[in-house]
Design a protein around this ligand. Structure first.
Ligand SMILES: Nc1ncnc2c1ncn2[C@@H]1O[C@H](COP(=O)(O)OP(=O)(O)OP(=O)(O)O)[C@@H](O)[C@H]1O
Ligand SMILES: [Mg+2]
Length: 254
């Protein structure tokens, strides 16, 4: 397997503050990888580096083997706060990425409206939707452009637990069999394990680095409602939590 993303000895500073220090991480093509770590440890910063929204001070980011300069055109980014345009309809929000490319996309956008369960809402505006529905629009926006690499920063943090499980399942259904690479940031270790092939733990800041990488060998497709009660899940959880716990406590102490 080849690396979809490779961070090579990355250091990122903001003024005198070092957010990430000497981070090296390769993510294989087609994998679903989660990044976890205490608040402020540099998860979003890491994702921004992969997206090309920020450049490292030292080291380099490689995307499918090529050094990244400027915006990462192979990736789409699903932000924590959804980035829907309030003055555009559901349909027009969904086809935004295609419109930027100069394509019409109306037909395909209608397919995606259905695919994310928003039948009948194509002409609605974001203010007329529930939080979960807005996330569905954001999901369609992300997937319609058929990216090789999908970056998600705590996309479901603001949702109630049931809606969240549904959205997580839908993401896994969309991803299954596509060979797309997903980098998923969350502070929720249960979410990270239940979704991922691998969980990467970052240390508490400043100068965060990788504490450990953990393979999640739970079979797919996964039933996210029940997976947390499975003994193997709990075993994996305990293994990762043993390391993450220390970092969370350090971040409290600072
Ligand atoms: N543009 C910036 N300018 C200055 N400091 C920044 C900037 N972006 C991030 N930082 C700092 O870098 C550190 C890491 O921030 P980052 O947003 O990556 O953390 P995070 O792990 O995503 O946190 P959270 O879980 O709360 O979202 C923080 O201390 C933050 O204050
Ligand atoms: Mg963040």
């Amino acid at each position: 397997m080849s690396d979809a993303v490779r961070l090579d000895d990355i250091t990122k500073r903001f003024g005198t503050y070092t957010a990430l220090e000497r981070v090296t991480l390769g993510i294989d093509t087609g994998r679903f990888v989660s990044i976890v770590g205490p608040s402020g440890c540099g998860k979003s910063t890491l994702l921004n580096l992969v997206a090309g929204l920020a450049a490292p001070d030292e080291g380099e980011v490689r995307v499918f083997g090529e050094t990244l300069r400027g915006i990462n055109r192979r990736a789409t980014y699903m932000f924590q706060q959804d980035a829907l345009l309030p003055w555009k309809s559901v349909l027009d929000n969904i086809r935004l990425g295609l419109a930027f490319r100069g394509e019409d996309g109306t037909e395909l956008a209608h397919q995606w409206v259905r695919r994310v369960g928003l039948d009948g809402f194509a002409d609605h505006f974001p203010y007329q939707l529930s939080g979960g529905m807005r996330k569905r629009v954001a999901m369609a926006q992300t997937w319609i452009v058929n990216p090789d690499l999908i970056l998600m920063d705590e996309p479901f943090g603001a949702l109630d637990v049931h809606t969240r499980h549904r959205m997580e399942s839908e993401i896994l259904d969309l991803w299954a069999g596509t060979n797309k690479t997903v980098v998923f940031v969350t502070h929720d270790l249960e979410e990270a394990i239940s979704m991922s092939d691998e969980v990467v733990v970052l240390s508490a800041g400043p100068a965060s680095g990788i504490v450990g990488r953990y393979q999640v060998d739970l079979p797919r497709p996964r039933n996210l409602i029940d997976i947390k009660t499975e003994p193997r899940f709990q075993e994996v959880y305990r293994g990762i939590w043993a390391d993450l716990r220390g970092e969370v406590l350090k971040s409290y102490a600072r």
